[in-house]
Design a protein around this ligand. Structure first.
Ligand code: NAD
Length: 331
């Protein structure tokens, strides 16, 4: 079984090579992303393996069908970059990795929050320059603060557990609330408007859908507490970046930590140092002292990489054996 692996990075290979060998699969790695221009590279492959910023639209799926590609393997949980309906019409199953390490993303979210509010990113640079001044580094305690968590699935829950360890109160919003999570006291489901009004910190852990697109925008930001901290480790387009920037400039938003960005596919995962950044909104956000940007790094732990490679190759093996796979994306 041959896999054409797009958007390959050096950190992908060791775990994929190991699991592919175990399951008698061969992988051809391409550094380029999958899109209409590169789909031809899948000629001769039985499956393509793609990540979050590959383009798997109708035109790409048509081309893959022409090339007799039988399976689309997503080595990620989200599938907003795939035209699932069209893949279904073309009878190409889309298999994903629903969970690989919710802890990786949840822990990165807390790392960003602590870095931001305790000014670690500033202190790190200062002490490297033997500047031991504390001026401007005052933070605030998380203990007793209220965090609003939008999306209480695997990652949301892992993040809630971490927040509870810090003695924070948790307000949750989910389209499908989990009854066992709400303890009527320190963890409570509320309406989205209540969450916006009462949270000191808001963390996004829901998928990107038509409903959640720009869930953080000018209107919702206006409902938030002054000095609110916005955390987004889910998907970039959950946040209207222009509106966020405006609210930061107004001093309404106290800080923002972004592991994802709406237009990230043009810049994230690549070394753009030495280049002039065309995206003025991203450049302005990065220039802010109270904004931290990481480039879709939250998943990147040894455990997650191993689980991703294991599940991706197991998905293909299961599909080949049974003609079905429990991790097929359905609509
Ligand atoms: P999950 O499916 O376990 O949980 C998602 C939760 O969102 C569910 O409880 C669901 O009911 C809820 N939800 C669905 N629609 C909603 C809506 N309209 N409003 C509010 N909540 C809604 O998924 P997960 O494993 O917890 O992952 C969450 C998201 O994290 C993924 O969709 C993905 O976008 C993102 N993610 C990011 C990284 C990263 O590296 N930054 C890695 C993995 C996943």
């Amino acid at each position: 079984m041959k896999i054409a692996f797009f958007d390959a990075k050096p950190y992908d290979r060791p775990s994929f090579d190991a699991f592919a060998a175990e399951r008698d699969m061969t992988i051809k790695y391409y550094e380029t992303k999958l899109n209409e221009d590169t789909a031809g590279l899948a000629a001769g492959a039985d499956a393509v393996c793609v990540f979050v910023n590959d383009t798997v639209n109708a035109a790409v799926i048509d081309r893959l069908a022409e090339l007799s590609v039988k399976v689309i393997l997503l080595r990620c949980a989200g599938f907003n970059n795939v035209d699932i309906r069209h893949a279904k019409e073309k009878k190409i199953p889309v298999l994903r990795v629903p969970a690989y390490s919710p802890y990786a993303v949840a822990e990165h979210t807390m790392a960003l929050l602590l870095t931001s509010i305790r000014r670690i990113h500033k202190a790190f640079l200062r002490t490297r320059d033997y500047n031991f001044s504390l001026s401007g580094l005052t933070g605030f305690d998380l203990h007793g603060r209220t965090v609003g968590v939008i999306g209480t699935g695997r990652i949301g829950r892992a993040f809630i557990n971490i927040c509870r360890g810090f003695g924070m109160n948790v307000l949750c919003y989910d389209k499908f609330p989990a009854p066992d999570l709400d303890n009527g006291d320190t963890i409570r489901y509320v309406t989205l408007d209540e969450l916006f009004a009462q949270s000191d910190i808001i963390s996004l852990h829901c998928p990107l859908t038509e409903e959640t697109y720009h869930i953080i925008d000018e209107v919702s930001l206006a409902k938030c507490k002054r000095r609110v901290v916005i955390l987004n480790t889910s998907r970039g387009a959950l946040v209207d970046a222009e509106a966020l920037l405006a609210a930061i400039k107004d001093r309404h938003v106290g800080a923002a930590c972004l592991d994802v960005y709406e237009e990230e596919s043009d810049v994230f995962f690549e070394d753009n140092s030495g280049h002039i950044l065309d995206d003025d909104t991203l450049a302005r956000l990065i220039s802010m002292p109270n904004v931290i940007v990481t480039s879709h790094q939250a998943f990147l732990t040894e455990e997650a990489l191993s689980n991703i490679a294991d599940t991706t190759t197991a998905n293909l093996a299961e599909y080949l054996k049974n003609g079905t796979c429990a991790n097929e994306v359905s609509i």
